[in-house]
Design a protein. Structure first.
Length: 225
């Protein structure tokens, strides 16, 4: 069991991370015409804006919440925030964001299944990605249940220690989460798998956030004559 734990949570994160970075770079370099969001809003806009906004706002909140929560060293915030208070904040913030994202993802998934125009012009790959994201958000919400059973923040510290050990290339990272609830482990594995398949799906459009438009000069349009 310790060997399997080391394989899944000590080695697999680096495999998924390497494929994520190298695969994204290769696809951008060799297949730029496939680098797109693949939006289907033009085919049927009914309900699309609400579902898309809920999904994207929710998933951004979740992403940055995980990024700050897992990668911020305990010593940085322990002066003004205990680990128990941090866990309560994570449950509240993550719960709200998770519900928003779940409603949006479910609506988008249902739309691709039930709308003939969207279904016929989409791909199985698109449907798989939305299904995996929906499953991941569901798992994230389910982890709230075991979290309520240990409100001292101890497991939060274990998960953070694992994530920080992985990104800083420390040995023995898998040992930090060897005894956590299986829901956390499945949630982590599915998250790593999403990074693994990222370069081969429409998710690559995440790299192309149009930040430059915020600083772009205004376009001047003059009337004829």
């Amino acid at each position: 069991m310790s060997y399997l734990n080391e394989l899944l949570f000590g080695l697999y994160p680096y495999v998924a991370g390497a494929v994520f970075l190298i695969g994204s770079w290769v696809r951008y370099d060799r297949e730029q015409f496939t680098w797109r969001a693949g939006s289907s809003q033009m085919l049927r806009s009914a309900g699309m804006r609400r579902a898309s906004n809920l999904f994207h706002v929710g998933i951004l909140m979740i992403f940055f919440g995980h990024l700050v929560g897992l990668l911020t060293p305990h010593a940085v915030y322990e002066v003004f925030l205990t680990s128990a208070a941090k866990q309560k904040l994570a449950i509240t913030f993550g719960g709200i964001a998770g519900v928003m994202c779940w409603i949006g993802a479910f609506s988008l998934f249902k739309r691709r299944l039930t709308d003939p125009r969207v279904r016929n012009t989409g791909s199985r790959n698109d449907l798989l990605v939305i299904a995996l994201l929906l499953a991941q958000v569901t798992l994230g919400l389910l982890t709230i249940l075991p979290s309520l059973g240990h409100m001292d923040g101890s497991v939060m510290l274990q998960l953070a220690a694992w994530a920080q050990a992985i990104v800083t290339f420390q040995g023995g990272a898998a040992a930090h989460i060897a005894d956590v609830n299986v829901l956390y482990k499945i949630h982590i594995l599915l998250g790593l798998t999403l990074f693994l398949i990222f370069p081969f799906t429409r998710l690559v459009h995440v790299w192309s956030v149009p930040v430059k438009y915020l600083a772009r000069s205004y376009q001047i349009v003059r009337a004829r004559g």
